[in-house]
Design a protein around this ligand. Sequence first.
Ligand code: AMP
Length: 277
Amino acid sequence: MQIIKSIDGLKRAIDKITIDDRDIGFVPTMGALHSGHLSLIRRAREESTTLIVSIFVNPTQFLEGEDLDNYPKREESDRKICEVAGVDILFMPSIDDMYSKDELSISAPSIRGYILEGTKRAGHFDGVLQIVMKLLNLSRADRAYFGKKDAQQLALVMQMVRDYFLDCEIVPCEIIRDEYGLALSSRNAYLSDEQKSRAYQISKSLKRATQLVLSGRLESHDIISNMRLVMSDIDEIEYISIVDRAFRPLDTLEIGNSMILVAVKVGGVRLIDNIWI
Ligand code: AMP
């Protein structure tokens, strides 16, 4: 595995691969890798001749007061995980390399970018799209792998690829959970055991929603109020939203075209989860 920290180094490494053999899978991450990231990496490994993983804690997607400075860092174990998973290039650029002063910006779409995650984290998706655009261009990825856990991010990245005619396929990957159902996240490291046991109510509420749907109860308000009951020990429910795959709110859930999205806070830690139905 090559560990590359400069943009020039990455360019040289990719240039060395002859065009005919160039079939690049790319997994962008912010590090503190867990089995969720690993599932993306494994899938990309199976489907690509060259596998590039990036680790970059992107400052422009953090809002004032968020956890940028404390974001978990585990460089040594991240390297080992990538090495064992068969990553060819681990790209770890610096902030100065990735950004210059007074750059042009990319804006998330004014509707889909400013609902749900975009309401509480206004501007977050501008930063996400900006860094993803840069990384897709630098990695020259044929395919880039993103988790369904960040469903709105995934949808907006897909839209950017469409709107800007980027030549890259975005591959959605399933959510990986721990044995009790909690969706894996680098931020779970902030949770105490007691907070974690309360956080399990998030996936329990999604399971409850699935049961209701299976029993034919499709009214969004009914599903949402039942989910709230299950999450009785969660400190703050920011939103529970039932939308179609284009992120339009649904009064009645449509099987095969719906997502139930949840954002909560447990002990000050913001957690998101969702299920696609
Ligand atoms: P992050 O390092 O949090 O920016 O995540 C990097 C990528 O991993 C994103 O595409 C996430 O959606 C994906 N990811 C994070 N957690 C999970 C998970 N539990 N299951 C599947 N994918 C995930």
